[in-house]
Design a protein around this ligand. Sequence first.
Ligand SMILES: NC(=O)C1=CN([C@@H]2O[C@H](COP(=O)(O)OP(=O)(O)OC[C@H]3O[C@@H](n4cnc5c(N)ncnc54)[C@H](O)[C@@H]3O)[C@@H](O)[C@H]2O)[C@@H](O)CC1
Ligand SMILES: [K+]
Length: 491
Amino acid sequence: MRYAHEVGKVRAAERALMARLPEGALMQRAAAGLASVCARVLPAVYGARVVLLVGGGDNGGDALYAGARLARRGARVHVVQAGSKIHEAGFAALRAAGGRPAAGDPADAIAGADLIVDGLTGIGGTGALREPHARLAALASEAPGLVIACDVPSGVDAGTGEVAGEAVHADITVTFGTHKPGLLIDPGASHCGVVELVDIGLGDDLPDPDVVAARPADVRPPEPGPESDKYRRGVVGVLAGGDAYTGAAVLSTGGAVHGGAGMVRFASVAHPVELVRQHWPEVVTTVIEPGAHDAKVLERVGRVQAWVAGPGLGTGDAAESLLEAVLSTDLPVLVDADGLTVLARRRDLLLRPAPTVLTPHAGELSRLIGAPREDIEARRLEHVRRAAAELSATVLLKGSTTLIAEQDRPVRVNPTGTPRLATAGTGDVLSGLIGALLAGGLPALDAAAAGAYLHGLAARLASAPHPDAAEAPISAQDVVTALPEAFRSLP
Ligand SMILES: NC(=O)C1=CN([C@@H]2O[C@H](COP(=O)(O)OP(=O)(O)OC[C@H]3O[C@@H](n4cnc5c(N)ncnc54)[C@H](O)[C@@H]3O)[C@@H](O)[C@H]2O)[C@@H](O)CC1
Ligand SMILES: [K+]
């Protein structure tokens, strides 16, 4: 896992460690790590043109000391100072090593640099970048040279990933001690480039993480054992589709079929049942008579270990009573799409002892918790946490970075995916996939996180089947088809 800690906890851990170390030792560790990444990516340090963008805080201090290390190895290092304050000791060290303030218009120095080190703001940055920082950030982002951000790309809120104005677009972000949530969550994440973590020894001083992102080895779908029969591998029941929407039923069922369930049961009115049978002959189907939406219906469907309810289900009384029946069971239930719209007026249905997974996009979450959609988009971390607490559920908030929250647990950030996933029907596939993982016995948070991971990976593989392939547009059906390859590619 990649672990991220909130800014306050990073500062507390740094204070605790600094109290046991000689003055300035921590900053030297950070600067040494930063300089070594710079040296590694430059074709040659000797003679390289390096420009440091330096703000008034310790982030600038890191950049100055790293610049001094590069200058001692023969780099031509120039400083562009933003504002009147500067880290005096760092500046003195740089000058002693041969570094100089950039002469003339900083735009020329930045445009002519092989490497730009962004030390404008780090974890101390708040709100939109002010001038001249904002202009310097824009110049760095446009420059042809490599941009390495020190700790956090300036202009990105380290705690949340919010970007209120101009922000540096880095090729590499060298971060110290632990990741910061804003490096993992968009829009901040997409400003970071490759993130490199430098160990400065915070280890034992850091508490549990606030946000985590899976690495491939952390994703562990349930493995069928030698004695697994189809029932032990997990049976998932899908309640989806109606006379109006049939595609959602086919796609959600497809996600479940390729998600590793031992068996998929599907129930709906006659028309979607017919289509699901055509697409997925391995699925066991039950036709629900119009108007017969109660607990008896679930008995007729048969035994399952988890339910998926909602895609294309409609939002009327029939859908509501079906949802009521499924949420009255003591099984894990995933609710998506139309099911979420119904839940927005029946939040009482969420008061249940068994796990519930909700998979809203920002618009659906807005209806569920009564917060404006724009606020949710802008502060996704805050809202997904709030939703998990208020709704007593595992909440997976879809978006450019999918976040998954459960009360009192670190928020999971999904690191896979592609903008090409933003196409109709992919959410239906995700619901069936997570349902299959739930039926296979994964706890709700792990099932949702593994499902999001595999779904994003399948989309990438569908869009560009090998690393040299150009990305092509994809359909939700393509994502279903690529799921086996996504499972296979896990270590
Ligand atoms: N505390 C420590 O021991 C360590 C800190 N380190 C570095 O120190 C950084 C934190 O340093 P600071 O607490 O001094 O804070 P920063 O250097 O991140 O930011 C503070 C400075 O930025 C200015 N600023 C804040 N918001 C701004 C905005 N929107 N527009 C323009 N200017 C803005 C402030 O006026 C202040 O000058 C970390 O990110 C890391 O790079 C590392 O050296 C590791 C050790
Ligand atoms: K920075």
